[in-house]
Design a protein around this ligand. Structure first.
Ligand SMILES: [Zn+2]
Length: 256
């Protein structure tokens, strides 16, 4: 869905504070800064020229080991019902048809970047609506087709994210990331500011990099979900509106 034809992938709410040469090819990359949730985040944009090469290198890593590490650190419960989830076994009804089609289009876009389908998908619906099953069907299908996938539970995100090594890995390694059950994080007593800054950084990074996908599941409709993150609401809405424009903000299940 990224039809941005400029050289940079820096969204407009970042301030570009300089440039840095890519250590591999010398291309000038934006160094950018944003103040969000009481924290200043600085990052260098991903080098589009070297991205493919980095992909190849990362694929040679012990893929299964890394995925296991994500599960361990983020408490991602990969129950057998989810491990075997796939599109073929998903029961399609009128209420979830759009979500199903969007999920399948997202996986196709992960495998073939030229398709330009939705890349950031918000799956929302009440408990037991099947949104997590659908998200795992997408993740499993993508992984079987060679896409590096990872899953984190929203309630465990901040704790894991505080580990700098894990943070860097989460921002760089997965091509498709599933954040399961967003909107309930403060029930675990985590610091909301930290959570918001972490969530913003992840959404922004996945939004800005072509060829990467993000699926967020939540029981909250978009307005209520954003209300949980007051410090980053506008920054998220800017990106989530882009998701809607691509037909990717999907409600499944019963009433919102
Ligand atoms: Zn480069």
């Amino acid at each position: 869905m990224n039809d941005n034809t400029t050289a940079t992938h820096t969204p407009p709410d970042w301030t570009v504070i300089g440039t840095r040469e890519c250590p591999h090819c010398g291309r000038a990359l934006d160094v950018r800064r944003i103040d969000v949730a009481g924290r200043t985040i600085e990052s260098v944009e991903t080098c589009p020229d070297c991205e493919a090469e980095r992909d190849l290198r990362a694929t040679r890593l012990a893929v299964q080991c890394r995925i296991q590490e994500t599960r361990d650190r983020c408490g991602a419960h990969y129950a057998s019902i989810y491990a075997s989830a796939g599109f073929a076994r998903y029961r399609i009804e009128d209420r979830n048809r759009r979500a199903f089609e969007a999920s399948r289009a997202l996986v196709d876009s992960m495998v073939d970047r030229s398709l330009g389908g939705p890349r950031l998908l918000l799956l929302y619906g009440p408990a037991a609506a099947g949104k997590t099953l659908l998200a795992y069907a997408a993740l499993n299908t993508a992984m079987r087709r060679g896409v590096r996938g990872a899953v984190v539970r929203a309630v465990s995100l901040v704790e894991a994210y505080a580990d700098e090594r894990f943070r860097r890995w989460l921002l760089a390694w997965p091509r498709l990331l599933l954040i399961d059950d967003a909107g309930k994080e403060d029930l675990g007593g985590y610091l909301r500011e930290d959570y918001q800054a972490a969530l913003f950084e992840i959404v922004d990074r996945y939004y800005a990099a072509p060829g990467r996908g993000l699926i967020v599941t939540t029981e909250l409709p978009l307005g209520r979900l954003l209300a949980r993150y007051p410090d980053i609401r506008d920054a998220l809405r800017w990106r989530m509106r882009e998701m809607s424009a691509g037909g990717a903000a999907i409600r499944i299940g019963g009433r919102p």
